[in-house]
Design a protein around this ligand. Sequence first.
Ligand SMILES: CC(C)(COP(=O)(O)OP(=O)(O)OC[C@H]1O[C@@H](n2cnc3c(N)ncnc32)[C@H](O)[C@@H]1OP(=O)(O)O)[C@@H](O)C(=O)NCCC(=O)NCCS
Length: 87
Amino acid sequence: MKIAKLAVDNSFSKKYKGIGTFMIKYAKRFAWACNTTYCAARFLTVDADIEHDKGVLTFYEKNGFIPNAELFNKNRKTISMRKDLYK
Ligand SMILES: CC(C)(COP(=O)(O)OP(=O)(O)OC[C@H]1O[C@@H](n2cnc3c(N)ncnc32)[C@H](O)[C@@H]1OP(=O)(O)O)[C@@H](O)C(=O)NCCC(=O)NCCS
């Protein structure tokens, strides 16, 4: 199951910590819930957008994502990452 867009409004991220992490946990719960009904997801995936902020890699790593091995990726604006839903 792929995370396509993930962002916290500046006004909230200054005021509250942990909203991004909360949304990752919510996505994980959503994928688990799907697994009990109509799909079979093993990983959360994301193309981490490093073009504007390389720090997003740290954010995803802190949330249990690891980089995927990529044979071809000339577009280094993103890094493909995954999180095992059962680890
Ligand atoms: C990336 C984003 C969603 C993170 O949301 P957030 O609510 O700030 O993240 P959290 O407060 O849950 O942070 C969790 C941890 O990651 C770290 N972290 C978060 N964003 C980071 C960044 N840009 N660079 C480095 N570390 C970061 C936090 O310091 C925190 O570390 P700690 O647990 O050691 O204190 C948010 O910064 C954002 O909307 N960025 C702009 C859009 C974007 O780049 N989205 C990702 C596209 S793939």
